[in-house]
Every structure is written in structure tokens, then in C-alpha cells.
Design a protein around this ligand. Structure first.
Ligand code: ATP
Ligand code: MG
Length: 357
């Protein structure tokens, strides 16, 4: 078990700056998820930690050892990749045993370690099969088993579920969480799926263009997104955004609608007078028009989901999505009158897109 720390970590490819000075302290036993859009530097960061990629600047520590120049096998890290990278001609057992043999673990210890990991992952029946005789989910479990038997200081997962169908993804996700609860090893997990990030993480690190945009617990990044980017990235369906200006204690939306901001934070409205803002409202924070401050807009599309209904409606130039009770079924073209819980309104500066607080 071990802590991990990045200090001013950088990666350049020629003149191209890919990772731009990341500072992050990860505690022993912590489950940290790196999320961000494609190309933001997630895999590069993991690969630098694993020693598969050189670093261009800064420092990486595992425990209290600086590992900047240490070869991968001396870092005591196990990595699970998206494509599993199993040896096709070896059985499941041999796949799991291989790295232990290479490291000189005695045969008498290899067997019980594999038996224990196989039991934990429910793959005892598969040990004599070849990877081609396994389903995607089973291969994924074998790849995890191969990492677990190593008993490393840190596990790295790079999008381990992205090759699985939606249902299996949910199942294996739960298994990974259970696994972490059972063995307690530090895990750094990369995904671009915000649901995986929210469900698995002790802390989420949101990356954008090689820089950290926000670090926080799932609740913190959901409730207090530091920027428009984070607000739009975390939460599903995504947070709604509409432009407006603060005038006389109200948000005056481009297009005419008004909402008071005073309930959100006393004194805020006066401090913000005249500011151009981006207003963020999550689909699940619309309420019945009797309860909140009301907005009116023309219904465009209605999507019944069984558990609830999504209503897409126009507000000025913006299209907003509201998640409402399943029995609410307005017709397209109707005018929808819907409430907003004022304490759940997010305000961002229109120019910097950073949260106003
Ligand atoms: N060897 C290389 N030479 C030049 N650029 C590279 C190299 N490897 C990666 N990159 C670039 O670095 C950036 C970050 O890549 P990285 O693989 O870390 O992204 P990612 O966040 O893992 O994205 P994804 O979600 O698509 O896996 C990308 O723009 C990529 O094109
Ligand atoms: Mg990647």
C-alpha cells in the first residue's frame, strides 16, 4: 500500500505540451478517478506513473520514494488496460502466474495466490481456458486477477470497462468497488465516463487540456462545480446552461425570462449587479411551478423514461432539459411553466466561465 504524489508533473512531445504541471497528493488506500475528455492527458499521466513513459518535468513519488527514473518493474505497480492485453496462447492460470514467475515468486506461493484471486473474482471455473474461450467480462476479470496476484503498492486502471456492454459495465464496476473495499490498495482509475467516476471515486480529478480543473469528492464536484466545464461534465443528463445578466437582484436571461438570485445567497445579487453570467441548472433541480421560481418555455421534445420524464424546452436561445415526474407528459408546442429550486442555481462568470461565489 502506498501514497502517490505528483509535483509539477509535465509531459511534452517536442513542442507540444500534453501534461502541464499537475500537482496531486493521493493518500494510501485512496480510490482516485481521473476523468476528462479524450486527449486531455489521462493515459499519459498513468503511463508516466507506471514508468512506461518518461517525464519532461516535475516529480513523481510512490510512498516516499522519488520514482522519476525508476524502471517500471521496480515501481511495484500493476496496471489494467482497456484491451486487457492477455497472452492469447496461455491459459487463464498461466496468464495470472506469468508475472509472478518472472519476479521469482516460488511456485508454492503462486498457486494459493491465484486461487484466492480467482475466488474473489468468481473465475475459479475458468482457470484452464484460453482467453479466446472467454466472454469480454470474463477476460476483464482475468486482467484484474493478473493485477491482484501481484499484490502491488498501487493499482492503475485505464478505462478497464470501455469494451463491455452497458449491463456488464455496471456489474464489473460494482465488483471493482467491492474489490477495493476488500483489499484496500491505492487505486488510480482513468475513465471518461462520469458515472464511473461518481460511483467509484473517493476523490475525482477532472482534467482538461493537461491541467487539473477541479479535485473533490463526488459530492463536492456535483454540488459545487468550479467551472462551466466541470458542471457540464459531471451529472447526467448534463447541466443546462443559459446566458444572462444580473439586474436588480434578478437573473435576466437573454430572451426575456427572469429569475431572482437573492434566495441563492444573500447579498450576492447586489455584489453581482451588472455581471454577465452563465446560469447552470441541473435537469433534476426543476420542481413543480408551485414550489420554486417559475420559468416558462415552449416544449420541444418529451422523452418518457419510465422512472421519470425528460422535457426539452426553449428558453430564449437556449434549449433546457428538465427531469420531472413520470406522469408529467406535456405536448410538444405547449408552453411549459416549471419551477426552479433557487438554492440549486449555479452562476458562472460569462467571460472566465469560473464559478461565482
Ligand atoms: N507519442 C506521442 N507523440 C505525440 N503526441 C502524443 C503521443 N502520445 C500521446 N500524444 C497526445 O497526447 C495527448 C494526450 O493523450 P492521452 O492518451 O493521454 O489522452 P487521454 O486523456 O488518455 O484520451 P482518451 O480518453 O482518448 O484515451 C493527445 O492529444 C495525444 O494525441
Ligand atoms: Mg486514454
Amino acid at each position: 500500500m502506498s501514497s502517490v504524489s505528483f509535483r509539477k508533473l509535465e509531459k511534452n512531445y517536442g513542442a507540444l505540451k500534453i501534461v502541464k504541471g499537475i500537482d496531486l497528493e493521493i493518500a494510501d488506500r485512496e480510490f482516485v478517478v481521473l476523468v476528462g475528455p479524450s486527449g486531455c492527458g489521462k493515459s499519459t499521466t498513468l503511463r508516466m506513473l507506471a514508468g512506461l513513459e518518461s517525464i519532461s518535468g516535475g516529480e513523481i513519488r510512490i510512498g516516499d520514494r522519488v520514482v522519476n527514473k525508476l524502471p517500471p518493474r521496480e515501481r511495484d505497480i500493476a496496471m489494467v488496460f482497456q484491451d486487457y492485453a492477455l497472452y492469447p496462447h496461455k491459459t487463464v492460470y498461466e496468464n495470472m502466474a506469468f508475472s509472478l514467475k518472472v519476479r521469482g515468486v516460488p511456485a508454492s506461493e503462486i498457486k494459493p495466490r491465484i486461487a484466492q484471486a480467482a475466488e474473489m473474482l468468481g473465475i475459479e471455473q475458468l482457470l484452464e481456458r484460453k482467453p479466446s474461450q472467454l466472454s469480454g467480462g470474463q477476460r476483464q476479470r482475468v486482467a484484474m486477477g493478473r493485477a491482484i496476484v501481484r499484490r502491488p503498492q498501487v493499482f492503475l486502471f485505464d478505462e478497464p470497462l470501455s469494451n463491455l456492454d452497458a449491463k456488464l459495465r455496471g456489474q464489473v464496476r460494482t465488483e471493482i468497488k467491492r474489490l477495493h473495499q476488500a483489499i484496500g490498495t491505492t487505486i488510480i482509475y482513468v475513465t471518461h465516463d462520469q458515472v464511473e467516476a461518481m460511483t467509484l471515486a473517493d476523490r475525482i480529478v477532472i482534467l482538461k487540456g493537461g491541467e487539473i480543473e477541479q479535485v473533490g469528492t463526488p459530492d463536492e464536484v456535483y454540488n459545487n462545480p468550479a467551472s462551466v466545464f466541470v458542471g457540464g461534465f459531471i451529472g447526467s443528463p448534463a447541466m443546462n446552461f443559459a446566458k444572462g445578466t444580473i439586474r436588480g437582484g434578478q437573473i435576466a436571461f437573454d430572451g426575456g425570462a427572469q429569475l431572482p438570485v437573492t434566495a441563492n445567497a444573500a447579498g450576492k445579487a447586489t455584489a453581482l449587479e451588472g455581471r454577465d453570467v452563465v446560469v447552470g441548472i441541473r435537469p433534476e433541480h426543476f420542481v413543480s411551478s408551485a414550489e420554486g421560481q417559475t420559468l416558462a418555455g415552449r416544449v420541444q421534445v418529451v422523452e418518457p423514461l419510465g422512472s421519470d420524464t425528460l422535457i426539452h424546452f426553449a428558453l430564449g436561445q437556449a434549449t433546457l432539459t428538465a427531469r420531472v415526474a413520470p406522469e408529467m407528459r406535456p405536448q410538444p408546442g405547449e408552453t411549459l411553466s416549471i419551477g426552479v429550486d433557487p438554492s440549486r442555481i449555479h452562476l458562472f462568470d460569462a467571460a472566465t466561465e469560473r464559478a461565482l461565489s
